[in-house]
Design a protein around this ligand. Structure first.
Ligand code: HEC
Ligand code: HEC
Length: 336
C-alpha cells in the first residue's frame, strides 16, 4: 500500500515536472517571438501616420495647413506667393519628398523626436522653428518666418503629428538622407556632367533652371542651379548630402533598380551640380567651433591641413584619418 502511494507520488511529480517544462518552453518561445518582432520592427524603415486619420477638428485643420505649406510652399512664399515673396519659388517638398514622409527621401521622421538639440553648425541648441528657418534662408534662399505666425505654428503642428509615434530621442531608420560610403578618389564633375545630360536634363533642363508651371507660380521640375536655386549655405551644397539624396530619389520617375543611379554616378553628378553657379550667401556665425565642421563642408578655415577643394570633392578618407588623429591627440593632451 505504502509502495503504491509512493509510486503514485513519483508519477505525479514526473507529470508536474513535465507540465512545468512545457510551460517554460512555451514562455521562452513567446519571448523569442516578441524579440524577433521587435528586431524586425527596429529593422524596418519609418512610415508616416495615415493622413486620413488627421482629425476633423481645428487642431487637425492646422496640421493639414502645415502639410499644404510643405507641399506648396511657393504658392504662399514664392515670388508670386499669397503671403509674402521672400523665397525662391521652390517647395519644401522638392527636397523633403512626399510631404516629408518618404523613406530616405529626406523625411521629417526624426524631427519631433530629436529637437531641440545641439547643432554644431549653430554652436548652440536649436529648436524646430529655428531649424525650419534655416531651410527658409538657405534652401529657399529666402527670409525667416515669424515663429508666432500661423504658418510656422501649422508646420510645427504637422511635424508633431508626423513624429507622434516615434519615441523621444530616437532617429528612426530611413529618416533624413543616407550617408553613402566615401569614394577613395575625388568625385568628378566632368563625369557627372554626362550623368546629368543622360539622366536628369530631360526634366531639370539644359541650364539646370527647371521647368515652371504655366502660371509661373511654382515649378513642375525645380531648378538645380542658377539664381532661383538653393544657396551655398544649404545642406544640399555639401557633396555627401547631394549624393545621398540623388542616389535614393533621382531620376524622379525611376521605377526599377536599374533606372536608379549607382553610388559612383550619384557622387559624380553631385559634384557636377555643386560646381554650377548659384546664389552665394555667407552665414558668418556658422560653425563657431571650426573643428566640428563636417568633412565635406567646402569653406575654410579648417583645423586640418586640407584644401577647400578637397573638402568639397574628396577624397574624404585622408581628411577623416587626420581628424581622428587630431581628436586622439587632443584627448591624450587633456590627461597631461
Ligand atoms: C533644396 C533642398 C531643400 C529644401 C527646398 C528644403 N530643405 Fe529642409 N533640409 C534639406 C537638407 C539637405 C537637410 C539636411 C539633411 C541632412 O543633413 O541629412 C534639411 C533639413 C531639414 C530639417 C531638419 C531635419 C532633421 O531631421 O534634422 C527640417 C526641419 C527642414 N529641413 C525643414 C524644411 C522646411 C520647413 C522647408 C521649406 C520651408 C525645407 N526644409 C526646404 C534640404 C532642403
Ligand atoms: C522625370 C523627371 C525628373 C528627372 C529625370 C530627374 N528629376 Fe530631379 N526632381 C524632379 C522633381 C519632380 C523634383 C521635385 C520633387 C517634388 O517636389 O515632389 C526633383 C527634385 C530634385 C532635387 C531637389 C530639389 C532641387 O531642385 O534642388 C535634386 C537635387 C534633383 N531633383 C536632382 C536630380 C538629378 C541629379 C537627376 C538625374 C540623376 C534628376 N534629378 C532627374 C524630377 C526629375
Amino acid at each position: 500500500m505504502k509502495r503504491k502511494s509512493l509510486l503514485r507520488g513519483a508519477l505525479l511529480l514526473v507529470v508536474l515536472a513535465g507540465v512545468m517544462l512545457y510551460i517554460e518552453h512555451r514562455a521562452r518561445h513567446r519571448t523569442l517571438k516578441t524579440a524577433a518582432t521587435a528586431i524586425k520592427n527596429a529593422d524596418s524603415v519609418w512610415r508616416a501616420p495615415d493622413t486620413a486619420l488627421i482629425p476633423h477638428t481645428e487642431a487637425g485643420d492646422l496640421i493639414r495647413y502645415g502639410r499644404n505649406l510643405i507641399a506648396n510652399t511657393a504658392e504662399y512664399f514664392g515670388p508670386s506667393g499669397k503671403i509674402s515673396h521672400g523665397a525662391n519659388g521652390m517647395n519644401c517638398q522638392n527636397c523633403h519628398l512626399e510631404g516629408g514622409t518618404k523613406p530616405w527621401g529626406n523625411n521629417y521622421g526624426a524631427v519631433f523626436s530629436t529637437y531641440p538639440k545641439f547643432r554644431e553648425r549653430r554652436g548652440a541648441v536649436e529648436n524646430i522653428s529655428q531649424r525650419i528657418n534655416d531651410c527658409f534662408q538657405r534652401s529657399l534662399n529666402g527670409n525667416e518666418l515669424d515663429s508666432n505666425s500661423r504658418e510656422m505654428q501649422a508646420i510645427l503642428a504637422y511635424f508633431k503629428w508626423l513624429g507622434k509615434d516615434v519615441p523621444k530621442g530616437k532617429k528612426p531608420k530611413g529618416s533624413g538622407i543616407r550617408q553613402l560610403a566615401w569614394l577613395s578618389r575625388p568625385a568628378y564633375p566632368q563625369t557627372g556632367k554626362q550623368v546629368y545630360e543622360n539622366k536628369c536634363q530631360r526634366c531639370h533642363g539644359t541650364g539646370g533652371q527647371g521647368l515652371l508651371r504655366p502660371d509661373s507660380v511654382a515649378y513642375v521640375y525645380p531648378p538645380l542651379w542658377g539664381p532661383h536655386s538653393f544657396n551655398t549655405g544649404a545642406g544640399l551644397y555639401r557633396l555627401s548630402r547631394m549624393a545621398g539624396y540623388v542616389r535614393d530619389n533621382m531620376p524622379f520617375d525611376a521605377k526599377k533598380p536599374a533606372d536608379k543611379l549607382s553610388d559612383e554616378e550619384a557622387w559624380n553628378v553631385a559634384a557636377f551640380l555643386i560646381s554650377q553657379p548659384r546664389p552665394a550667401k555667407k552665414f558668418g556665425k556658422d560653425w563657431p567651433d571650426i573643428s566640428l565642421k563636417p568633412l565635406d563642408h567646402p569653406f575654410g578655415p579648417f583645423t586640418d591641413s586640407f584644401s577647400e577643394q578637397q573638402h568639397k570633392y574628396g577624397p574624404f578618407g585622408p581628411i577623416q584619418q587626420e581628424k581622428q588623429r587630431l581628436a586622439q591627440n587632443k584627448h591624450a593632451g587633456s590627461f597631461l
